[in-house]
Ligand binder design. Structure first.
Ligand code: G3H
Ligand code: 13P
Ligand code: ZN
Length: 309
């Protein structure tokens, strides 16, 4: 099956109350690991690429690897630009064959965010490409933008409605307490499900997206630290909260940090246990298997998208 947009997978997810996993990719191992898991679970999946991932891996290499994954699997796969910083980047990805792009103008004021988003929507829709936009500010790090915890702004449900009407975006990322990276909560994890409910009330047919949704799996953080890492006190979104989010109207759940941690933990373990290893297949192979395990767990036990392909 060729690359698909997120339209159908989101429609089904909204009807049946589960979420689709959107996993960040940076190289071949990530692409294989994620699509192996999705194929095994017979789940639709979104592969997403940030602009820093494009800078690192280079677009043609990413595209060819994604094309290979599409040819090797039977599940619906969407290719999505994550946190598109401007029109030009979004256009480049639309022109290159992405089926979905995000324009992240959430750091601008409302009217400017509308203006930037609308411009991308108008272009992308001409080519049948869907657009995710963001309203509200996540705490933590979004690419090069640093947002202090105190400045974290939850999404205003009234504004969310107005924003979708004005921009015509296909899905909306909202801020309800998650943040990017491995340090999401200072105290107990807390998500504003009341805001999510209000947004859904206003926008029952708009797929909602949750960024910064890694669970920062404690066993994997422990493994990183045991084998020489230094990631003390890392904390993510617990699985039960993410499951509830999927059941409460979130259609897309973004995961990057958990895959980075999984890869790092396994590579550290190999190097620690056998410093004589210098064959990359030895450490990248186990790293790839660990990512598959993490993605499979999320698809089956947390997002509940198994057998929805
Ligand atoms: O939301 C940000 C993603 O985790 C991508 O991060 O820009 O370091 O690739 P990156
Ligand atoms: P995490 O840092 O929680 O994995 O979030 C990833 C993300 O939101 C990508 O857009
Ligand atoms: Zn994000």
């Amino acid at each position: 099956m060729p690359l698909v947009t997120t339209k159908e997978m989101f429609e089904k997810s909204m009807k049946e109350h589960y979420a689709i996993g959107a996993f960040n990719i940076n190289n071949m191992e990530f692409i294989q690991a994620i699509t192996d898991a999705a194929e095994e679970a017979k789940s639709p999946v979104i592969l997403q690429v940030s602009s820093s991932a494009i800078k690192y891996a280079r677009l043609p290499y990413l595209l060819k690897n994604v094309e290979a994954a599409v040819e090797s699997t039977t599940i619906p796969i969407a290719l999505h630009l994550d946190h598109g910083p401007d029109f030009e980047t979004c256009k480049k990805c639309v022109d290159a064959g992405f089926t979905s792009v995000m324009i992240d103008a959430s750091k601008y004021d409302f009217e400017e965010n509308v203006r930037f988003t609308k411009e991308v929507v108008e272009y992308a829709h001409r080519f049948g490409v869907v657009v995710e936009a963001e309203l509200g500010t996540l705490a933590g790090v979004e690419d090069e933008v640093n947002v202090a915890d105190d400045d974290a702004k939850y999404t205003n449900p009234e504004q969310a409605y107005e924003f979708v009407q004005k921009t015509g975006c296909d899905s909306l990322a909202i801020a309800i307490g998650t943040s990017h990276g491995a340090y999401k909560f200072k105290g107990d994890a807390k998500l504003r499900f009341d805001i999510l409910a209000k947004v859904k009330e206003k926008l029952p047919n708009t797929p909602i997206v949750l960024h910064g949704a890694s669970s920062v799996i404690p066993e994997i953080v422990e493994m990183c630290n045991k084998y020489g890492g230094n990631i003390p006190g890392a904390k993510g979104c617990p699985d039960d909260m993410l499951k509830k989010a999927g059941q409460s109207g979130v259609s897309k759940i973004n995961v990057d940090t958990d895959l980075r941690l999984a890869m790092t933990a396994q590579i550290r373990k190999v190097f620690f246990e056998d410093p004589s290893v210098f064959d990359p297949r030895k450490y990248l192979g186990v790293a790839r298997e660990e990512i598959t395990k993490v993605v499979l767990h999320k698809i089956k036990d947390v997002f509940c998208s198994e057998n929805k392909a």
